[in-house]
Design a protein around this ligand. Structure first.
Ligand code: HEM
Length: 112
């Protein structure tokens, strides 16, 4: 069970890295826009996050409900804004995805 927790956590960090990594890479280009990989990564965050909650509860480790709801909302925001950006191809959704992801990380590490 402990190994499973690490597996979920590692893939959770891969999903986070995929969003911000792609975002930083695109910053080098002229017209950064959101992409399908952001929506996919938000899905990865949802699945691995749910897995983490399940494993932590099974191991009797603490899970802060309010923190999880806030993270779920921010994750849904990432996916929704990314989809909007893929349609209108404007810059604001690109930066919106970055801001929402950064907010999710702050919540993840600072809310204890
Ligand atoms: C953009 C979306 C997300 C990002 C960037 C993100 C980021 C992170 C990071 C960096 C950690 C490691 C924090 C640490 O161990 O100190 C973490 C842990 C965790 N995340 Fe996420 N996360 C996201 C979405 C979600 C979602 C949607 C859920 C579930 C509803 C979730 C549930 C968890 C859980 C249960 C942990 C284990 C540690 C804890 O209880 O805080 N995350 N997340």
């Amino acid at each position: 069970m402990e190994t499973l927790r690490y597996v979920f956590l590692v893939f959770h960090l891969f999903g986070f890295a995929a969003i911000l990594g792609g975002l930083f890479y695109q910053l080098r280009g002229k017209d950064p826009v959101t992409g399908g990989y952001m929506v996919t990564s938000a899905g990865v965050q949802l699945v691995t996050g749910a897995g983490l909650i399940w494993v932590r509860m099974s191991l009797d480790l603490p899970v802060i409900d309010a923190k999880m709801w806030v993270k779920l909302a921010l994750d849904a925001l990432v996916a929704a804004i990314a989809l909007v950006g893929m349609r209108n191809r404007k810059a604001w959704p690109f930066y919106g995805v970055g801001t929402s992801t950064a907010a999710a990380v702050v919540v993840a590490v600072a809310w204890t």
